[in-house]
Design a protein around this ligand. Structure first.
Ligand code: HEC
Length: 198
């Protein structure tokens, strides 16, 4: 190879190496969200009416905001992503110590919910952190009050629908979503497992 050709080849290689970086920077949050699916995304985008009707009024209001694709959590990915998430925020309101105490009590009362974090990720303030993280993304239309209301839904619903009497049903549901991701997108499944996001 003469020098000019070598130079051209090096430029081409450099271009190839840099292209994905440039593309990632240009990608909107919505494109990012859709390019990287979660098992959650294969589940339903709404909850059954009887479940919602059994919740307190403020929690129902948060649910309605969450599923809105205009100002809710379905602007970038579908509402299936939060609704089928492994995250469980402990009872105890916004009080860290009370939430920690709930975790300590449940480790005795229902140890199974601490056995597999791909099904139950039980963490103090986990939904509080995630709602803030989503609200900080460029292009997010959520207002502060909507975020608070959605958070109230997510924390209440995560304990009700994923633990206690509903724990076994939830485990079955989450396992089937993980298997679907594994079947349909083995590369993404491996990636999430590797980064301990599954
Ligand atoms: C502006 C776009 C945007 C909006 C609006 C948005 N999300 Fe996301 N969401 C993303 C992106 C991008 C990812 C993947 C990367 C990440 O976790 O930051 C994601 C990932 C997630 C995940 C998966 C996290 C995991 O590790 O399992 C959950 C759960 C989630 N979002 C919940 C929500 C909730 C709840 C709302 C509404 C309060 C919301 N999102 C609104 C862009 C958005």
């Amino acid at each position: 190879m003469n020098r000019k050709m070598t130079f051209v080849a090096i430029l081409a290689l450099a271009g190839l190496a840099l292209a994905p970086v440039a593309r990632a920077a240009e990608m909107s949050e919505k494109e990012k969200a859709l390019a990287n699916p979660y098992p959650n995304d294969f589940g339903p985008e709404t909850l059954p009416d009887d479940v919602i009707k059994s919740y307190p009024a403020n929690v129902q209001a948060g649910y309605k905001k969450l599923i809105s694709n205009k100002n809710g959590c379905a602007q970038c990915h579908s509402s299936a992503r939060p609704l089928n998430s492994r995250f469980v925020e402990p009872e105890g309101g916004i009080d860290d110590a009370k939430q920690d105490a709930w975790i300590a009590a449940q480790k005795k009362a229902q140890p199974e919910i601490f056995t597999d974090s791909s099904i139950w990720t039980v963490e103090t303030k986990v939904w509080s952190r995630y709602v803030k993280r989503m609200m900080n993304k460029p292009g997010c239309n959520l207002q502060k009050a909507d975020g608070k209301s959605i958070y109230e839904f997510l924390s209440y619903d995560s304990v009700k629908r994923k633990t206690g009497a509903n724990a076994a049903k939830w485990a079955e549901h989450r396992k089937s979503l993980i298997n679907t991701l594994k079947e349909k997108n083995p590369k993404r499944y491996a990636e999430l497992k590797e980064s301990k996001d599954l």
